[in-house]
Design a protein around this ligand. Structure first.
Ligand code: FAD
Ligand code: SF4
Length: 512
C-alpha cells in the first residue's frame, strides 16, 4: 500500500484534497466509527446518528467511485474504541508507506493522529481543506497587526475578494449590511403556515444506525424518533434547494424570531450538511445569490444569509485555528458555576428554556437566537464555567464540530475570550425574549419583575450580572447605558437582587 487516506466523520467529500493523487491501484481510504468520539463529550443520540449514518453512506459513495476502503464499524468486536488506537492497530495490518489527510476540524484529533504517525515512523501529509473560502494562513494574515478583530471587516473583504453580491465594485444595493430590515418577531398573529422542512425518511442504513445508537448510547441525551436529517450529498442538495425555494425569502425578516412548537421556521437547517462536507459553502452562497438575481428572494434576506456563511462561518474557523489550544481554556469572567442538570433533560419551569431544550433533545437542533439568547444567555448570566457550557453545545447539536462550536460558545455567547469574538457580552432581561416570542405569556414568571416569587430568572440574573461585573463593564463604551442603570440601584435593591440570584444558583428556582 502506498498511501492510506484518512477520512474523518466530518470530511465526507469525494473531491477533498486528500484524494487529489489517489490511485485505486496503490492507495486506500480508511474510516473508523469509534465510541471515543461520542464520549469525549456526552454526545447526544441525534448527533452521533447523523455522523454515523452520513459516514456509512459516504463509504458506499467511495466504493461506487472505485476507491478501496478499510472501514471499521462501531459494532465490530475488534473495534479499538478511539481513532488513535484504531489507526495504530490498522497500520500494523495494512503497512502503508505514508498517511494522507485533509486538515481536520478538531485540534485534539489532529494532535492524536500526528502522534500515531510519529510513533509509527510514517510521514503524514496534512492537506489544505479547500471546502472553505479562506485558508487559516489567510485569516492569520488578515488578523495580523489589528488591535481588535471584527467580523464585519473580514466579511467585506470576502465579499470583494470572491465577488459575492457586488456590482461595479460596490456592494449590491449600496449597503454591506441589511440587519436593520431583518430581525422582526411574528407579532401576535404568529407565524401562520410555515413551509415545512424537507425531512428524509431513514433508509435501511440509517435505520440500522438508529438502532445501534439507541442500544450502544442508551444513556446519552436526546431522542431519535423523528430523525429526518439529510445524510447523503444528494439529500443535502435537496435540502438546500428546498430552503432556497421556500424559506430564503423570509429568512432575514424572521431570523431572530421564536415560536413555541415551531423549531424549523425560516432557517436553512443545513449546518450539519455543511460541516460534514456534504455541501460546499460555495454552492450554498451561489444558490442564494442566484435566487436574488432571479428576483426570487429580497436582497436583505439573501445578504443576511450569505453573511452567516461567507462571514461568520469562515471567521470563527480562523479564530479557532489561530487561537488553539489555549482558546479552549479561557475564562475571562472567572465563571465557575456548574451547568444546571436540566440542560440535559429540559426539566425546567421556564417556558422559553423548556421549549429550546426539548427541541434540542428531540432533533439536535435549535436556531441561532435560541442558542445565543436563550440557552447561552442564561448560562452566561448564571455564571456557568464556560468549559461546561462548551461541552454541552458540542454534545447536543447535530452540526456541532469543535472549530465552529467553540468560538461561538466560548467567545460569542459566554464572553470567555474577553471580547475577541464579541464587542460586549450579550446580556438581556426576559424582556428580550418577550419581544421576540410569545413564551412569557405561557410562563409562571414575569419578565418585568427582577425580584419576588414571580421574577423572571433572566431578569434577576441580568441585574445580578451587571452588579457582579460593574467595575469592569464601566470600561466598555458599548455598555455605558446599562452601567448607568445599575449605578442607580439602592443598597436594598441590590441586596434583594443578589438574594434572589443566589436562590436561583442554589437550584431553588428554575427546575421543574
Ligand atoms: P441558518 O440560520 O439557516 O444559517 C445558515 C448557515 O450559516 C448555517 O447553516 C451555518 O452554516 C452558518 N452560520 C450561521 N451562524 C453562524 C455562526 N454564528 N457561526 C458559524 N456559522 C454560522 N453552528 C454550527 O455549525 N455548529 C455549531 O456547533 C454551532 N454552535 C453554536 C453555539 C452557540 C452558543 C451559538 C450561539 C451558535 C452556534 N452555531 C453553531 C451557529 C448557529 O447557531 C448555527 O450554525 C445555526 O443555528 C444552524 O442552523 P441552520 O443551519 O438552520 O442555520
Ligand atoms: Fe423565559 Fe422569563 Fe419569559 Fe418565562 S418569563 S418565558 S423564563 S423570559
Amino acid at each position: 500500500l502506498r498511501s492510506l487516506v484518512l477520512v474523518l466523520g466530518d470530511q465526507l467529500d469525494l473531491q477533498a484534497a486528500a484524494f487529489d493523487d489517489f490511485d485505486p491501484a496503490t492507495d486506500a481510504a480508511w474510516m473508523a466509527e469509534v465510541a471515543e468520539e461520542s464520549r469525549h463529550v456526552w454526545s447526544s443520540k441525534p448527533r452521533t446518528a447523523v455522523f454515523l449514518a452520513a459516514m456509512r453512506h459516504f463509504a458506499s459513495a467511495l466504493q461506487a467511485a472505485g476507491r478501496p476502503l478499510h472501514y471499521r464499524r462501531l459494532d465490530d468486536p475488534a473495534n479499538a474504541g478511539s481513532l488513535a488506537a484504531q489507526l495504530r492497530a490498522d497500520l500494523q495490518r495494512l503497512r502503508p508507506a505514508r498517511l494522507v489527510m485533509t486538515a481536520p476540524g478538531d485540534w485534539r484529533v489532529l494532535q492524536a493522529l500526528k502522534d500515531v504517525a510519529e510513533e509509527s515512523g510514517l510521514p503524514l501529509d496534512v492537506r489544505e481543506d479547500r471546502h472553505f473560502f479562506v485558508t487559516v494562513r489567510e485569516f492569520a494574515a488578515h488578523a495580523r497587526g489589528r488591535k481588535s478583530l471584527r467580523m464585519e471587516f473580514f466579511y467585506r473583504e470576502q465579499r470583494q475578494r470572491h465577488q459575492v453580491l457586488m456590482r461595479d465594485g460596490q456592494p449590491e444595493g449600496g449597503q454591506w449590511n441589511f440587519d436593520a430590515d431583518n430581525r422582526e418577531s411574528f407579532g401576535a398573529a404568529g407565524p401562520g403556515l410555515v413551509p415545512p422542512r424537507l425531512g428524509f425518511e431513514p433508509d435501511a442504513v440509517t435505520g440500522e444506525v438508529i438502532a445501534l445508537v439507541n442500544a450502544r448510547f442508551a444513556s446519552h441525551p436526546g431522542r431519535l424518533q423523528g430523525f429526518a436529517w439529510p445524510v447523503t450529498r444528494e439529500q443535502a442538495l435537496q435540502a438546500l434547494q428546498d430552503f432556497v425555494g421556500h424559506r430564503l425569502p423570509l429568512f432575514g425578516r424572521y431570523q431572530d424570531a421564536m415560536w413555541p412548537g415551531e423549531p424549523w421556521l425560516y432557517h436553512s437547517h443545513i449546518a450539519a450538511a455543511l460541516n460534514l462536507k456534504l455541501l460546499t459553502p460555495r454552492e450554498v452562497v451561489a444558490a442564494a445569490e442566484a435566487a436574488f438575481h432571479a428576483g426570487d428572494a429580497p436582497l436583505a434576506s439573501v445578504e443576511g444569509f450569505i453573511r452567516q456563511i461567507l462571514g461568520w462561518r469562515e471567521y470563527v474557523r480562523g479564530i479557532y485555528w489561530t487561537r488553539m489550544p489555549r482558546y479552549a481554556e479561557l475564562n475571562a469572567l472567572e465563571a465557575h458555576e456548574p451547568l444546571p442538570a436540566w440542560y440535559w433533560t429540559g426539566a425546567t419551569d421556564m417556558a422559553c428554556l423548556r421549549d429550546a431544550l426539548t427541541q434540542t433533545l428531540d432533533h439536535g437542533y435549535a436556531h441561532h437566537i435560541q442558542r445565543l439568547m436563550v440557552t447561552g444567555l442564561y448560562a452566561l448570566m448564571l455564571g456557568v464555567q464556560p468549559q461546561q457550557v462548551h461541552a454541552w453545545y458540542l454534545a447536543v447539536y447535530v452540526d456541532a464540530v469543535e472549530w465552529v462550536e467553540l468560538p461561538n460558545t466560548l467567545g460569542m455567547s459566554q464572553y470567555a475570550d474577553g471580547g475577541l469574538m464579541a464587542s460586549k457580552p450579550y446580556v438581556a432581561t426576559g424582556k428580550y425574549i418577550q419581544r421576540m416570542s410569545p413564551y412569557c405569556k405561557g410562563c409562571r414568571y414575569d419578565p418585568a419583575q427582577r425580584v419576588g416569587e414571580r421574577a423572571c430568572p433572566f431578569t434577576t440574573l441580568y441585574w445580578d450580572f451587571l452588579m457582579r461585573h460593574e467595575a469592569w463593564l464601566a470600561g466598555n463604551p458599548r455598555m455605558v447605558l446599562q452601567v448607568k442603570n445599575v449605578a442607580r440601584l439602592t443598597e436594598a435593591e441590590r441586596d434583594a437582587i443578589a438574594e434572589r440570584a443566589a436562590a436561583i444558583r442554589r437550584g431553588e428556582v428554575g427546575a421543574a
